[in-house]
Ligand binder design. Structure first.
Ligand code: ADP
Ligand code: MG
Length: 313
């Protein structure tokens, strides 16, 4: 029987620049349509590190070229642009692959806002570097005029750092559910979503933050009542003692085992750690739910239980 699957695409599914992305999405579309062909319902989330970096750099250069005319572009707007650009390529690649296999299914991207808590502790300690390098003068100006947090990055110049708060809820969730119910392949929560917080009334304000796509995908998977959360990345399985002589690749992982390994420091913060944490949270969110961490090209084998690391109770 077909499952409802949320797929979180990692950096390797999209490449690092425009031509790379154009090529990468073809392979990505094949892996996704393999699952659709088997009767699964698929909802796609994705990262946006290189893409939002490129857009933010371009917007910074625009401001530099004529500061009177072009005020700095908010990060939330840059994330929205990256969702549009990536969604455009994914929609096209998926459309083509579906049509090539004779499957008549629409694909749609939802510009997705994700609510964060303005009191999230992450806002007191911004750690995620974003965008172009700046000179000391430029950095001082941004601190004074825009209230940016900046760090000196290993002698290479100054960079803005932003917070990475936890996603609370997905603003467009009902639209996403309706589109899934209508049989569409939905792309949502790109780059972890456009971070927003509620102010007075119904107003939403963009936050100067980036949300981890693994955590956002976990919230998405819960809120669309998925059976499975698949995190596709650059390794086939999760390892303990990763990169060491006694490295051990794991076929499955229970939440309790995962917590033990997390405490022992087996998973790198910012890369494998959020994936394992998201997988555990999803697996524990309701009976019968499971998560899978594997390589993009192994998605089909992974769903069939032949490879990857499965996380379930
Ligand atoms: P993505 O773009 O898919 O989010 P990341 O680079 O953020 O990818 O995270 C995946 C990477 O995490 C892997 O390519 C691997 O190098 C690294 N990694 C860190 N710790 C582990 C571990 N314990 N087991 C497997 N991979 C790990
Ligand atoms: Mg990552």
């Amino acid at each position: 029987m077909g499952k409802r699957i949320v797929i979180a695409l990692g950096g390797n599914a999209l490449g690092n620049n425009l031509p790379e992305q154009m090529i990468a999405v073809k392979q990505t579309a094949k892996a996704i349509v393999d699952l659709i062909q088997e009767g699964h319902e698929v909802i796609i989330a994705h990262g946006n590190g290189p893409q939002v970096g490129m857009i933010q750099k371009a917007m910074t250069e625009l401001t530099r070229s004529d500061p009177e005319k072009y005020i700095p572009c908010p990060l939330s707007v840059c994330v929205a642009m990256s969702q549009g650009y990536i969604g455009y390529d994914l929609q096209n690649a998926l459309r083509e692959e579906l049509l090539d296999r004779g499957i008549n299914k629409g694909v749609a991207t939802v510009l997705t806002q994700v609510e964060v808590d303005p009191e999230d502790k992450a806002f007191q300690n911004p750690t995620k570097p974003i965008g172009a390098f700046m000179t000391k003068e430029e950095a001082d100006k941004m601190v004074a005029e825009r209230g940016y947090n900046v760090i000196e990055d290993a002698g290479r110049g100054y960079r803005r750092v932003v917070a990475s708060p936890k996603p609370q809820s997905i603003i467009e969730i009902q639209s996403i559910r309706d589109m899934v119910a209508a049989g569409l392949v939905v792309v949502a929560c790109g780059g972890g979503g456009i971070p927003v917080y509620k102010t007075e009334g119904h107003h939403l304000k963009g936050a100067a933050a980036v949300i981890d796509k693994d955590f956002a995908s976990c919230v998405l998977a819960q809120q669309v009542e998925a059976d499975t959360l698949i995190i596709l990345t650059a390794v086939e399985k999760v390892a303990i003692n990763f990169g060491k002589p006694d490295e051990k690749w794991l076929d499955s992982l229970t939440p309790d085992e995962a917590r033990k390994y997390i405490a022992e420091g087996h998973f790198a913060p910012g890369s494998m750690l959020p994936k394992v944490q998201a997988a555990v949270e999803f697996a524990e969110s309701a009976p019968g739910r499971s998560a899978l961490i594997t390589l993009l090209e192994k998605a089909k084998d992974g769903v069939a239980g032949r490879t990857g690391t499965a996380i379930h109770q």
